[in-house]
Design a protein around this ligand. Sequence first.
Ligand code: NAD
Length: 350
Amino acid sequence: MGVKTEELKVKGYERVVHRQCSSSGLNALIAIHSTALGPSCGGVRLLPYATHEEALQDVLRLARGMSYKSALAGIGFGGGKSVIVRDPAQKNKDLFHAMGEFVESLGGKYIAAKDMNISTEDLLRVRERTSHVLGIEGLPGSSGDPSPVTARGLFRALEATLEHLTGSHRMNGLRIALQGLGHVGFRLAEMAREAGAELIVTDIDKVAVEKAVKQLGAKAVAADAIYEVPCDIFSPCARGAVLNSETIPKLKCRAVVGAANNQLATEEDGFRLWNRGILYAPDFAVNAGGIINIFIEFENGTYDPKKALAKTDGIFTALKEIFERSKQSNRPAFLVADELAEERLSGGTR
Ligand code: NAD
């Protein structure tokens, strides 16, 4: 069959495995950062990485991020992730069967879910070779699309931020500059509008912008103008690395609270926000609704939306604890969030 599996030793990671299969063309890595709090869970990402090193660095970074996210969310998942090195235009059944066998070989220490360039059909193929797959949309008892739960978590994070800043989480008259009106962003816009907030929005999708203007009375601005909008909250809900040396000096907000992953381009940008006196709600604490949603399916054996929403409400308390510690220790919230997650991982407690 021509299957070559290699165990890589990486400091700080429980297991990192590389598998290549000549018949299916699979070239994939699975990284398990930690199982201290439970089996590791994270999406399968498919990208045409230019080099093995690039794929390795991505899977390591993402697996560690999943450990931290789950630890802060107080759920019984560890952190893991997998990447398949492949052109998204060249997916086929054999590839995902081989990936399923790879996941199975880890005996449930890594649970696969959806990520970039992976469709529900692809995940169903993986599931034909392993039971360690969660979050397949449309499957009875499965959690499926996490966006509504992620949006609820984001809304609760917004409330926690406001309470920290003003002593009240009322949104009447609050100005929110929202970047990205997709699955999460639009839902947040609806909830915030309902709560009395004023919305200034942008998206590269004109239809989504028109809908927000018509249905929610939002004011639309050009993509680059969103950073300069005078507002209380800037909410990045489109893509990563939007908080960087170019954008941070332009911001006219009191706090940043958004769903996008990896909003800080570098750690230095976390300090840039801190030095400007802008409160940053760490993204992996804010957007944990997605992984909480999957955990509810895992814990109960079947999905229960009420339990998922109730657990996601805990993001409010988690963020308040981070902000409080940040204030007391006079250190940025993004550093405090990392430390809190590390404490939980090393103590093995949720
Ligand atoms: P989505 O793809 O449905 O929406 C993203 C929106 O951003 C789209 O409408 C897109 O047109 C817009 N966009 C892209 N580039 C833009 C730009 N330069 N300027 C303005 N708008 C732009 O994604 P989503 O599910 O709503 O997720 C939003 C973000 O939150 C993503 O970064 C995602 O990784 C993260 N996230 C999502 C979930 C979830 O449950 N969906 C969970 C955790 C994190």
